[in-house]
Design a protein around this ligand. Sequence first.
Ligand code: SF4
Length: 509
Amino acid sequence: MKRILIVNCFFDPQRVPVKRKFKIPQPMTPAYLAGIFSAQNCDIRLYDEVYSGPLVDKKLLAFPDMLVLTGLNIAFDRMLHITAHVKTKNPKAVVVAGGAAIRALYHYAQNFFEYCCRGDIEQLGEVVEEVLGREYLSETFVERGWVIPRYDLAYWMKLISYVETSRNCYFKCNYCSLTGEGAGYRVYDLDYVRLQIMKLGRKSLIHFIDNNFATNNKRFAAQRFDMLADLHARGFIKQWGAEVTCDFFFDDENLERSLESGCGGLFCGLESFDNQALNKFRKQQNVIMPQIELIQKCLRADIPFHYGIVFDLAARTVEDLEREFDFILDTPEIPLPSFITLAIPLLKTPFFYECLDKEMFLPNLRLRDLDGSTITLKPRSAISDAVQFLTRIKSLSGYKTRILQHILKFHRLYRNVLSLEKLALAQYGAFLLSAPRLSTLQMNAGNGHWPSRQSLPRAFVGSSDPLDPVYQPLFHIDARYRHYFEPTPFTDDSGSISEALQADLCCPA
Ligand code: SF4
């Protein structure tokens, strides 16, 4: 048996070690990656740093013959930390890194990991065959090219299970990593989707984790609804949810068929109620139908609606963003957003290159600062005003009474429209927004020195915000890997891309 450890790496925006057990969706990439390995010949362990917080289990860090790492852009430094811990315990462990961070920093990453994968998850199969041999691959993967997720190992799937029916997206928003990667949209074979769902057993609550569940393939949409309705009627799906784009709501039939097949909620990337901001994000699909009308249409169809808000402090003034937040709080016809984030110049996206061209990056940023809760771009308003605004939004200081009033008014408006269960689900975003501390669990110190979130002095400005405690190793690290705990420099003291990352970032692909 080969010992395999697969980790989804993550830095929490709060910059302290917390567990996000209530986050929906949870990442499923580790479970899909696990499906590539042979269950007979491999002892596989998964670890999700979103659900479980930073990996500090020393036994687990000493466990693998092969370490597989995945994560978003800013998770790159966490990949380094975990590699240094594992390599110190077992220098022969082979480290394979993939995901958005590695695709964006492919050249730089090769200084640290034995195998850097910039393709889709299936590329792991090539590495496993080369390093371990074909007998360590799962039969279904070898014979049909299908990756059946190892739900049995995905310990974070408590109430809700996750299934994917398509990959990537057919829109090209300027800040989206999929746009930056030029990833082509494709739908899956429905037999493969059905197999994933049947593996979960009966009465499952399923969240479809497609980048965009709304499809532009009408035939596929109809056949997928047929399949969902059938599985719902036969008791395999109790209720499902998904992330869709605004075009999903243009066709009334989509909502009707969603409801009849057991839809219990939809998340839509609204991002803003300001058309100018949406046009700037190249999110033209969001300005075709008035957003409020779209939300009400969904709620009146007895389907809870969820969304997030993106505040672009570099393009809009603090007053303008405050007006938008006031508008949301004063409009009980719509639910509160599930989260508010700053616009993130994700690596290699059109938005990233626009910021680079216009010299908008602050100096001396670290890659870790690109987390959506830290100012990394020169703000349009004075930086002190931007920081004050961000502090207020993060703590909701001065907004709590209005949030409570909004929740009550929303309840009154929809109590006869939505069923009781769905009314509660529709307010889930309000819970996440207004009770961030309840929705995350602070972890105990792994090395005895972790600060609490109350004690961490946040500056909210890149380069001056304190680094996460996990930049301190858990135990003595071999000299060859000590520099893995240095934060990856992102910009230099003039705000240009750091020398280390220039080969990867200074020319658009
Ligand atoms: S609609 Fe969503 S997934 Fe599609 S490109 Fe835009 S941000 Fe990315």
